[in-house]
Design a protein around this ligand. Structure first.
Ligand code: HEM
Length: 510
């Protein structure tokens, strides 16, 4: 009997070995699969370098790869960076690819805000948000807030660390800057996080933790997440703690603002009063349409959606941009030359100077360098969709309502078949036409700001802020990387540097 059972054991071992060896051969080519567990162990083993791994696999499969996890984990993912598929899903067959209930579950902390809604609720929110962001008064508010933050927040810090010879984490500085400006746009208050004493910012920390937990919700099977929630451990525990902090702070903002507006202590007409919260509280009944309730929950959801939209994306983009420019001297010098061209002949060029939004608006090279930086390091590194009905993508892949379609924006920017042989290189020139103007790249190829009807509404807000900060830094300071500091992406729904961006800064002019 023992001999008999040993026989079964050996047969079982032989089968396992067969699958392992078979998969070992394909290991070098693609992601390997195991019986029962599918590609799940491969995914977990490569999680620390998931973005590069995706790029590697998707380059080899010419843009689309089907990843199947264990059946109990409900993990059926189609990864694609094929521009034809992106165009189909985001634009031409948009109605069949809503964000869906799965997205809402993963991003539940965003409530019913614009990022997390579909159909009429989304349409209504988008209409409102677009009208507010395109309003002339909001534009004035944006210009003055961006200028003030650079002049009174960023410059004193850079001067201070330069004078003291201190090392500084620029990622932290940019997060503080965009946190302050976004708070000001959204709520009308400036929390003053960008200051020399680097105060602790529980709200900001809570947002980072929420984003990391949301990332893990994309990777881990539901059963593991449920267990974490049940046992009160891991990322799910952090998520619920951070969620509470966000709710408490936002609730305070709403009640203070409502009180101020009731008492009439804040003007709602001048540009100082043109924050989104004030505008949303003051919406007329005819402006609120289908499905929207004008209550505190709606205000809370709107605030958190805009805070994530504005703070994180812009500070991530600035961090990667300054690192790339500082480590590519030719690009740095070209930006400096372009900035010099703005300075009037009767003005001393080699002097401390800040640049006005209007002076930077039409500069081609700095715009090209920002696009190039977001091609390689898109602040939102991936997105996902679920089809409503079974469908066939232009690449020929079949999809159905249980399959998660993921676009890796990070991988997309690095595909040789999309961007050419030099796709991994930082070359702003690829964005400049022969006539010297910005070359338009279709959004289904350069997806950093999304594509189709859900295209980012804050693109101009982001470029305005990024140019103001970048020009001030590049014209007035030298940035030197701290030797040996590792620059690697983190694991989150926003592409930050895992260890921050540690640099030393010196002034260019006496
Ligand atoms: C470099 C900066 C930015 C980048 C790379 C960026 C990128 C994106 C992306 C990828 C989406 C689609 C997200 C999704 O559907 O899941 C999006 C949507 C959105 N963005 Fe941005 N964004 C940036 C800055 C901003 C700013 C500063 C604001 C507002 C002040 C903003 C407002 C929005 C809004 C409201 C949406 C939702 C659009 C919709 O679903 O209809 N974004 N953005």
């Amino acid at each position: 009997m023992a001999l008999f059972s040993l026989g079964y054991f050996e047969i079982f071992l032989a089968i396992i070995c067969f699958f392992y060896l078979r998969n070992l051969r394909s290991f070098k080519r693609l992601a390997w699969k195991l019986p029962i567990l599918g590609t799940f162990p491969y995914l977990i083993m490569n999680i620390h370098r998931i973005h590069d791994k995706c790029a590697e696999v998707l380059e080899k499969t010419r843009g689309t790869y089907h990843l199947k996890g264990p059946s109990f984990a409900n993990m059926d993912i189609l990864g694609t960076v094929d521009p034809a598929n992106v165009h189909y899903i985001m634009s031409s067959n948009f109605v069949n690819f809503p964000k869906g209930p799965e997205f809402k579950k993963i991003f539940e902390v965003l409530g019913d805000g614009i990022f997390n809604s579909d159909l009429d609720l989304w349409k209504c929110q988008r209409k409102l948000a677009r009208a507010l962001l395109n309003h002339q008064s909001f534009h004035k508010f944006l210009v003055s807030t961006s200028w003030n933050k650079v002049e009174k927040g960023l410059i004193p810090i850079l001067d201070y660390v330069a004078k003291q010879g201190l090392m500084v984490d620029l990622q932290d500085v940019f997060q503080r800057l965009t946190f302050d400006t976004t708070c000001k746009f959204v709520t009308g208050y400036d929390p003053g996080c960008l200051s020399i004493d680097f105060p602790g910012v529980p709200f900001s920390k809570a947002m980072d933790e929420v984003e990391e937990a949301i990332f893990m919700r994309h990777i881990l099977p539901e059963i593991v997440l449920k267990l974490e929630r049940w046992l009160g451990i891991g990322q799910e525990k952090k998520l619920s703690k951070s969620w509470k902090i966000l709710d408490e702070v936002i609730c305070k903002y709403i009640s203070v603002k409502q009180e101020e507006l009731k008492k009439g202590t804040k003007s709602t007409n001048d540009e100082e009063g043109f924050d989104l919260l004030t505008s949303y509280i003051n919406l007329g009944d005819n402006e609120i349409t289908t499905g929207l309730k004008r209550d505190d929950k709606f205000l809370r959801d709107t605030i958190i959606n805009f805070m994530i939209a504005g703070r994180d994306t812009t500070s991530s983009a600035l961090t990667w941009f300054i690192w790339l420019v500082s480590t590519h001297p030719t690009v740095l010098n070209k930006i400096r030359e372009e900035l010099k061209s703005v300075i009037q002949v009767n003005e001393e060029a080699e002097n401390f100077r800040l640049f006005k939004v209007d002076e930077l608006k039409n500069l081609v090279y700095i715009h090209a360098a920002l696009c190039e930086s977001m091609r390689l390091y898109p602040p939102v590194p991936f997105q996902h969709k679920f089809p409503l009905q079974p469908d066939t993508l232009p690449s020929g892949h079949r999809v159905h309502p249980k399959i998660k379609v993921i676009f890796s924006l990070y991988a997309m920017g690095r595909m040789k078949f999309i961007w050419g042989k030099d796709s991994w290189e930082f070359k702003p020139e690829r964005w400049i036409s022969e006539r010297g103007t910005i070359k338009h790249e279709p959004s289904y190829k350069f997806l950093a700001f999304n594509a189709g009807p859900r295209t980012c509404l804050g693109k101009e807000v982001a470029f305005t802020q990024m140019k103001a900060v970048a020009a001030a830094m590049i014209h007035n300071y030298n940035v030197e990387m701290v030797e040996g500091h590792p620059v690697v992406p983190n694991l989150s729904v926003i592409l930050y540097m895992k260890h921050g961006l540690k640099v030393r800064v010196s002034k260019r002019w006496a």
